[in-house]
Design a protein around this ligand. Sequence first.
Ligand code: KIV
Length: 271
Amino acid sequence: MLLNRNIKVVTTHVLNEMKLRGEKISMLTAYDYSMARIIDQAGIDVILVGDSASNVMAGNQSTLPITLNQMIYHALSVVRAVERALVVVDLPFGTYQGNSKEALASAIRIMKETGAHAVKLEGGEEVKESVMRILSAGIPVMGHLGLTPQSIHKFGTYVVRAREDEEAEKLVKDAHILEDAGCFSIVLEKIPAKLAARVAKEVKIPVIGIGAGHDVDGQVLVLHDMLGITQEFSPRFLRRYHNLSEEILGAVKNYITDVKKVDFPNDKEQY
Ligand code: KIV
């Protein structure tokens, strides 16, 4: 699909083609207009309006408290900025589990009120009905397996998932269930690289990893983590591409000093 400025927009179909020709898919989170604009201009393939906004933007300990209205606010801000990337929005905790009618209603609100292109939800077999119902309305769905942060109170910890055979086999089975149900892609979070590689090989849809090694079809990171804005979160899989918190700290300190010294604004910076 071509936009007026000759930008070839990323669709779920494009992602499939990328998997087929072995081109890796790049994905990052964004929650606001300004950041989304920058990463879209940089050429990111997929922007995830993740429920990690609950941690990163709102300072919560988990993703559980964020509401559908709050996700819609973030998604709307992101969609306004994006010209090229595929925008996927997380269905927040409590808006889809166990009730496929509610899942569809939540997904429809996201699509109708934000203009996003797809939704993501966590879980395997247990959310199959919700996935199928959402898909029946023509809404593309991305799955999410492995460490699923909305279930953190069930896991009790953020350690690597599916190290044991039983959990690994369930994960592989769930990936096939999600593919058969019609998901266009699956995120695999914090699982052994070998297992992720096996899933990426077995399913035809693109598999995007976070802490899942390089033998998958693409990678996703939380933007604020990879830019070094968040400081307290340092899992092994996280590569920091910048130390933005230090840069911001320095800039703000300089500003404070300039204001105190009446160095800012100077004669040229006034009317
Ligand atoms: O909410 C989020 O940021 C996510 C990614 C970690 C995949 O789900």
